[in-house]
Design a protein around this ligand. Sequence first.
Ligand code: TPP
Ligand code: SF4
Length: 251
Amino acid sequence: MAVVFERPKSLIDVATHYCPGCTHGIVHRLVCEVIDEMGIEGDTIGICPVGCSVMAYDYFGCDMIEAPHGRAPAVATGVKRTNPDKFVFTYQGDGDLAAIGTAETVHVAARGENIVIIFINNTIYGMTGGQMAPTTIPGQVTQTTPYGRDPELAGYPVRVCEMLATLTGTALAQRVSVDTVPHIRETKKAIRKAFENQKEKRGLSIVEVLSTCPTNWGMSPTEAIKRLQDEMIPYYPLGVYKDVTAEGGNK
Ligand SMILES: Cc1ncc(C[n+]2csc(CCOP(=O)(O)OP(=O)(O)O)c2C)c(N)n1
Ligand code: SF4
């Protein structure tokens, strides 16, 4: 019988530590499918964040390095500059990338570092028990906003793709989602484009993936997907915010 669906070679065959219904695993798989299809497992170096995906090195078969909280883009910069022929990617949550790591994130884009960032936006700090993140939506209840995020007190969310799209060194800024099969396919295409950009030395590519955290949202996996569709996509519209291949170069 023909095999039509199997584990990507570069995705290590171990039991997952992610919660049931967490979409981190889907994104891991998509990155591995792209690595397999491009045949670059031996030439790829991933940088893990701090957050629920701190143990991403247990799943990706390529070389992996652990960075302190928020510092993955800085570590990736050093790795890429000293290994220009390798493919270098970071994998980061929104607490890691858009709070403690904001400066690193903005400046890799400003410098046009030739790396890929996979950014998981689940609107919350997952690993530490569900505190407010910079991406928490106004009104969203979290451990630290029990009455809902109040912008008067906590300010407004950071829209990372929109912000990085303003910087000349950004080659690709695209927001995608993993709530449906067509969206998952689109996410894989965006990840592939990001890695192709690195091959062509185009600068920073960021793929922001709207994701779920059923555990800290206090929802079932199905309810969590519905919240992603009903609340997150309207607040964080999907789309390509910058694509230098369509614009004829960095501007
Ligand atoms: C320097 C430092 N500050 C704070 C922490 C505590 N900490 C660990 S994970 C985390 C938040 C992770 O949230 P996010 O990046 O959104 O990833 P998720 O767990 O949701 O995937 C924090 C604040 C830490 N480990 N190191
Ligand atoms: S706490 Fe949230 S982000 Fe972390 S593994 Fe569980 S569902 Fe995923």
